[in-house]
Design a protein around this ligand. Structure first.
Ligand SMILES: Cc1cc2nc3c(=O)[nH]c(=O)nc-3n(C[C@H](O)[C@H](O)[C@H](O)COP(=O)(O)OP(=O)(O)OC[C@H]3O[C@@H](n4cnc5c(N)ncnc54)[C@H](O)[C@@H]3O)c2cc1C
Length: 167
C-alpha cells in the first residue's frame, strides 16, 4: 500500500499518495458482471459465516450453486445476506463491491436456467469440483451422480456500494 505517516498538531496522521473513491452505479454493475468469485456473508443462530463461491450476475441478482451444507442452512434460516466481490491488481489498485441482498432458492426451470448461465459464464475458465456445476449440462452425455443434490440459488441485490483505490 502506498502511504506514509506524518505528525500534525502532535497527532500521527496517515498521508496517502493514492486516490480513494466510490464506484458509481455503472462501475458497480461492471465489477459484478466481470468477476466470477464472490463472498457470501450470512448469519443465523448467533453464527456469522463468510464463504467464497463462484457466481454469475444478471443485472439484478447473482446466481450460484452448491451442495447442502452450512451456508445453505444459514441462508434458509436468515435470507438477508451480504455479498462481496473485489478485483485486486495490487494493494494500491483495487475495486470492491459490497451488496446487501436476499437469498432465494431456485427450483425447476428457473434453477435449470441459472445453472446453464453459470456453466456458460464459467466454461472458459478452469473447472473444479466446487466452482463448475457438475450437472451434466456442460457435457450432455456425462453421467449424473444422483447422490449429489445440487442447490441452486440467487441473491437478489437490494443495494450495493463500491469503493476503489488507484495509484
Ligand atoms: C474460489 C472458490 C470458489 C468456490 N466456488 C464454489 C461454488 O461455486 N459453490 C460451492 O458450493 N462452493 C464453492 N467453493 C467452496 C466453498 O467456499 C465452500 O468450501 C463449500 O461450498 C462448502 O461450504 P458449506 O458452507 O456448505 O460448508 P460445509 O461443507 O457445510 O462445511 C462447513 C465447515 O467447513 C468450513 N469451510 C467450508 N468452506 C470453507 C472454505 N472455503 N474455507 C475454509 N473453511 C471452510 C466451515 O468453516 C465449517 O467449519 C469455492 C471456493 C473457492 C475458494
Amino acid at each position: 500500500m502506498s502511504f506514509h505517516f506524518r505528525t500534525m498538531n502532535g497527532k500521527l496522521c496517515l498521508a496517502q499518495s493514492t486516490m480513494l473513491g466510490s464506484l458509481n452505479k455503472y462501475q458497480i454493475d461492471n465489477l459484478l458482471r466481470s468477476e466470477v468469485v464472490g463472498r457470501i456473508g450470512c448469519s443465523a443462530d448467533g453464527m456469522t459465516y463468510v464463504v467464497p463461491v463462484t457466481y454469475v450476475y444478471d443485472g439484478t441478482a447473482i446466481c450460484a450453486h452448491t451442495k447442502e451444507g452450512l451456508k445453505i442452512d444459514l441462508m434458509r434460516k436468515n435470507p438477508t445476506v451480504c455479498f462481496e466481490v473485489d478485483r485486486i491488481k495490487d494493494l494500491a489498485n483495487w475495486q470492491s463491491v459490497i451488496a446487501q441482498g436476499t437469498f432465494e432458492e431456485l427450483k425447476g426451470k428457473e434453477a435449470d436456467e441459472a445453472l446453464q448461465s453459470l456453466v456458460n459464464r464459467l466454461h472458459p475458465m478452469t473447472g473444479s469440483e466446487t466452482s463448475i456445476p457438475r450437472h451434466g449440462l456442460e457435457r450432455p452425455h456425462s453421467p449424473i451422480d444422483p447422490a449429489i443434490i445440487l442447490v441452486v440459488f440467487r441473491i437478489k441485490i437490494n443495494e450495493a456500494t463500491g469503493r476503489y483505490e488507484k495509484r
